[in-house]
Design a protein around this ligand. Structure first.
Ligand code: NAD
Length: 491
């Protein structure tokens, strides 16, 4: 690691960012951020309350018209400079993420690249926010559509991808000309604090991005969502919290983007290249310690290859090294907090009680951090909790099937619909699966498919709206239609 921890932490602002200034909470309250690998306190931050949240919205509203009138090129240039700065600071961002979230350093570097890419992508999209013109079929008017910024937005992010979840929202909001209040997860606010500072250094004017980290999420979100000046909420997090926010959004009919939980099936057919499937499974399951909304949650493997797949997968998983993500060679870090460790432990225990066997792992790891040993479970029953709920840990349950129809039926047997993965050498089957699977994303012979240029999002209770791609900026704009009288029309 190219940075000294104490020097890095000293660079991270600890206040609330309101109208371009870092300040203390009105109440003077603070909260601590912990390293999940060691239990050590990394920093003490100002904890925003309702008054601070409203001050942040006031700041966002005060500059919203001026910001909306800036040229797309100006906004594009700010995002491009932010991309360059985040990339220059990759050592610092990577170390911060490993410190506060636990992911292995090499993966944290991967997230810097991935997260920064949203800034570059939306710097390019800012100047290509196309409308359309078309003649009315009757010839009476020319019809013109154009996109306008939706207005002040509340952006709420989770802890699992501290940089990318922020850039995926801030990038398109800046590109579209919206002002924002960002509320990072209280478990991992340091990356967002440093990212916001970086946006200021990239030239973002005061008040456009305000950051209110704090220990009580609802103390921040409730007054903001009750204020009719707020026009949008973009949330990434769990489905239960998403539902609460959707209900609150109804009162002022807010635009909403909801990136919620997942329960991804990873389907391996009898004709799959098993080595390729195992490699894909490692990415789909073990990336981010299994703490990803896209994480493969259920391995649904044809009965004729299930044993071979499980053995190869367990052998690869056995090569993982569990430990502090900052340490050399560590490829699997701790879970985010004690509650997460307890949940993963109880999911595995429940599966074992219902007949599953751990081929490898199956228990918490050693040390003071929240470690769980990477695990492969076989003979998992469909009614085990591990097959129904989002695991969010390094645990791979394997279920078997005999027919294609059965594989699709098992895969769709969940209220979630975010990511899915299909391994087969038969391309006709790939298209049948694409039709049959009720998921917003599908990886075909590919285990990691997230990309800033792709429209990311779910169906069913995994949410609504898309982040990234050409679609990502549309979430932050309202389409306006103008009908222009045709001077040559008879009417
Ligand atoms: P969470 O729902 O507990 O928290 C997410 C954010 O919401 C945090 O900032 C939290 O402080 C805030 N929050 C919590 N309660 C709130 C309330 N009552 N009102 C307003 N805000 C509130 O989720 P998490 O544990 O941080 O993240 C994990 C979840 O996020 C998983 O379910 C995962 O699948 C999901 N996720 C989804 C995507 C996606 O793109 N679909 C990406 C990453 C994570």
């Amino acid at each position: 690691m190219g940075v000294k921890v104490s020097e890095l932490l000293a660079k991270v602002p600890t206040g609330l960012l309101i109208n371009g200034e870092w300040r203390d909470a009105a109440s003077g309250e603070t909260f601590e951020v912990e390293n999940p690998a060691t239990g050590e306190t990394l920093a003490t931050l100002a904890s925003a309350g309702s008054d601070d949240a409203m001050a942040a919205l006031d700041a966002a509203c005060a500059v919203k018209d001026e910001w909306a009138r800036t040229s797309p090129r100006e906004r594009s240039n700010i995002l491009r400079r932010a991309f360059d700065l985040v990339t220059e600071r990759k050592d610092e961002f990577a170390a911060l993420m490993t410190l506060e979230m636990g992911k292995p350093l090499a993966e944290a570097y991967g997230e810097v690249t991935y997260g920064a890419e949203y800034l570059r992508w939306f710097s390019e999209e800012a100047v290509r926010d196309y409308g359309a013109t078309l003649p009315a079929p009757e010839g009476t008017i020319q019809m013109v559509t154009r996109r306008k910024p939706v207005g002040p937005c509340l952006l709420i992010t989770p802890w699992n991808f501290p940089l990318a979840m922020a850039t995926r929202k801030v990038g398109p909001a800046v590109a579209a000309g919206c002002t924002m209040v960002l509320k990072p997860a209280k478990l991992t606010p340091l990356t967002s604090q440093y990212f916001a500072q970086t946006m200021i250094e990239a030239g973002l004017p005061a008040g456009v991005l305000n950051v209110v980290s704090g220990k009580s999420a609802s103390a921040i979100s409730e007054p903001l969502m009750a204020d009719s000046r707020l026009r949008k909420v973009s949330f990434t997090g769990s489905t239960p919290v998403g539902k609460t926010l959707l209900k609150a959004a109804a009162d002022n009919v807010l635009r909403t983007s909801m990136e919620l939980g997942g329960n991804a099936p990873f389907i391996v057919f009898e004709d799959a290249d098993l080595d390729q499937a195992v490699e894909g499974a490692m990415g789909a399951k073990m990336r981010n310690i299994g703490e990803a909304c896209t994480a493969a949650n259920r391995f649904i493997v044809h009965e004729s290859v299930a044993d071979e797949f499980a053995k190869k997968f367990a052998a690869k998983i056995g090569e993982l090294k569990l430990g502090n993500g900052l340490d050399e060679g560590v490829t699997c870090g701790p879970l985010i907090e004690k509650k997460a460790l307890d949940n993963v432990t109880s999911l595995v225990d429940d599966a074992v009680e219902k007949g599953a066997t751990a081929l490898i792992g199956g228990k918490p790891g050693e040390g003071v951090g929240y470690f769980y040993t990477p695990t492969v479970l076989i003979n998992v029953s469909r009614d085990a909790r591990v097959a129904q709920e989002e695991i969010f840990g390094p645990v791979a349950p394997i279920l078997t099937f005999s027919t294609e129809a059965e594989a699709i039926e098992i895969a769709n047997d969940t209220e979630f619909g975010l990511a899915s993965y299909v391994y087969t050498e038969n391309s006709d089957r790939m298209w049948r699966l694409a039709d049959g699977l009720e998921f917003g994303l599908m990886g075909y012979n590919a285990g990691v498919i997230s990309n800033a240029a792709a429209p990311f999002g779910g169906v069913k209770q995994s949410g609504m709206g898309r982040e990234g791609g050409a679609e990502g900026i549309a979430e932050y704009t309202s389409l306006q239609y103008i009908g222009v009288r045709n001077p040559y029309a008879n009417a």
